[in-house]
Write a protein that binds this ligand. Structure first.
Ligand code: PXG
Length: 464
């Protein structure tokens, strides 16, 4: 099929004027330029050439309610007419922003009482970093400044949040991490690093690595530990059940604040409202984004535990921090409606008891494929590890980029999956139907077959 003229024009304008996020521009041009996305409905998106894709990533892990939800559109329209903008500075609040904060207080784990709004997960984590510093200054422990974070973590792209992120390719271009700011500890990534240990033993070992690091640095210098309940961009690693309870114990023992980055896990994705509830985490700070508004408007939030909030309220004086669009009324209205719909449609329970288990069962069925070394996930989060040798777990290596070959076949066969390192991820809308799960993972299996053929894997036909 020939490419329509307006697509060619759009690609050219994109090439001339648009600097993309996380993209190698030269490679994209060699590949034919950008894919122009034009519309979406339900779990499907369309490009300007009329191709339809089943969006197995819910955008970037965010479009929980799927595309085209009239209620969210109406909430935005109504708020735009009534009050399109006001801010949260100078003792003011848009009414809807207050309602959203109160709603979040109902849904977040016990003890999380106050909410600070931002526009992105990065800004929310950056705000947490500042609030943690402020808290320890107010507590007269100004030496408590170090963050401990984990390898493979994704916490954002600002100077501070890229520093605490543990994906090492996020650092060299920007001379990060910032000095004397963060220390990274081992990830509970059993498939890759567990060796001969059982997952439970390995979970304890990783938590103890945190304890050892606190002791090495000196507890009087360690401000906070931050982690995603289940990793997102770093590989959808689901920690062994022993891991988080031990981390909670260690943070309490050494008076280290615990920050749960719920940007991916929040709002039902793991089968509870928050990953913290799924894993028994008792956070002092929580980061929320993405699913907070199903991605329809940019909005994120920091949840603060009452014991911290009390200190900030009583001792801080003016908190010299805030964005023009903190608590933006249109974003807040969409988020509030989004949270109501998640409740009305019982989506958290659906993920826990119905579609989540169905998705995990179908995903698990891929393990017999010769390219698949491990399948892991929880709720509507899933990942597969692509390997060359299932027994030794040897990968195809960075030259072959096997996971990216699979992703190429996915796009060519009308499904969207996310590739990173040697993994492919799925994080579909919470409203995905069983038929759509079958379509996504059935097509994905065919894409694995096609990749096996490309790579000359001889026994794939037996399984096909
Ligand atoms: N924390 C977590 C756990 C995230 O996944 C952020 C913070 C930062 O949020 P913002 O809104 O500033 O992007 C994220 C974002 C990917 C991908 O390629 C993942 C994210 C963002 C962009 C791409 O998987 N996660």
């Amino acid at each position: 099929m020939s490419t329509p003229a307006d697509t060619i024009d759009m690609r050219e304008l994109d090439r001339l004027h648009h600097l993309h996020a996380f993209t190698d521009s030269k490679a994209m041009q060699q590949d034919g330029g950008t894919r122009v996305i034009t519309k979406a409905e339900g779990v499907y998106v369309w490009d300007s050439e009329g191709n339809r894709f089943l969006d197995g990533m819910a955008g970037l892990w965010c479009v929980s309610l799927g595309y085209g939800r009239k209620e969210l559109i109406e909430a935005a329209q109504q708020q735009l007419s009534q009050l399109p903008y006001y801010n949260t500075f100078f003792n003011c609040s848009p009414e809807v922003t207050i309602r959203l904060a109160a709603k979040l207080a109902e849904q977040t784990p016990e003890g999380i009482t106050q909410f600070f709004f931002c526009n992105s997960g990065s800004e929310a984590n950056d705000s947490i970093i500042k609030l943690v510093r402020l808290y320890w200054n107010l507590m007269r422990q100004p030496r408590k400044k170090m963050f401990i974070a984990r390898h493979y973590a994704y916490h954002g792209v600002t100077v501070a949040t890229a520093s605490i992120s543990g994906l090492t390719d996020m650092h060299p271009q920007w001379d990060l991490p910032l000095p004397n700011f963060v220390s990274h500890v081992d990830a509970p990534y059993w498939y890759k690093h567990g060796g001969d240990l059982t997952p439970d033993e390995f979970g304890i070992q990783c938590a103890r690595a945190l304890e050892n690091r606190i002791l090495e640095l000196g507890p009087e210098t360690v401000a906070a530990f931050i982690g995603e309940p289940v990793y997102g961009a770093g590989g959808v690693m689901v920690p062994p059940p022993t891991y988080w309870p031990e981390v909670v114990r260690i943070c309490q023992k050494y008076d280290v604040l615990l920050c749960a980055d719920e940007v991916v896990c929040g709002f039902g994705r793991t089968g509870q409202w928050f990953g913290s509830q799924t894993f028994g985490i008792k956070p002092d700070f929580m980061t929320m984004g993405k699913g907070l508004s199903s991605g329809y408007m940019p909005i994120s939030a920091v949840g603060v535990h009452e014991r911290i909030a009390k200190v900030l309220r009583e001792k801080a004086g003016e908190i010299v921090h805030g964005f023009t669009y903190s608590g933006h009324p249109v974003a807040a209205a969409v988020a509030l409606r989004n949270l109501q719909i998640i409740e009305e449609e019982n989506l958290v329970k659906r993920v826990r008891e119905d579609i989540g288990p169905y998705f995990q069962q179908k995903l698990g069925g891929l393990l017999d494929h010769p390219l698949v070394g491990e399948v892991r996930g929880i709720g509507l989060l899933g990942a597969v590890e692509i390997v060359k040798d299932k027994r030794t777990r040897e990968t195809w290596g960075p030259e072959i980029r096997a996971a990216f070959k699979v992703r190429g076949h996915c796009f060519a066969n009308s499904i969207i999956m996310r590739a990173a390192r040697d993994c492919l991820y799925a994080s579909p809308p919470l409203v995905i139907s069983k038929t759509e799960v079958d379509e996504l993972l059935g097509t994905f299996r065919q894409c694995l077959d096609l990749t096996a053929r490309d790579l000359g894997v001889s026994d794939f036909r037996k399984d096909a």
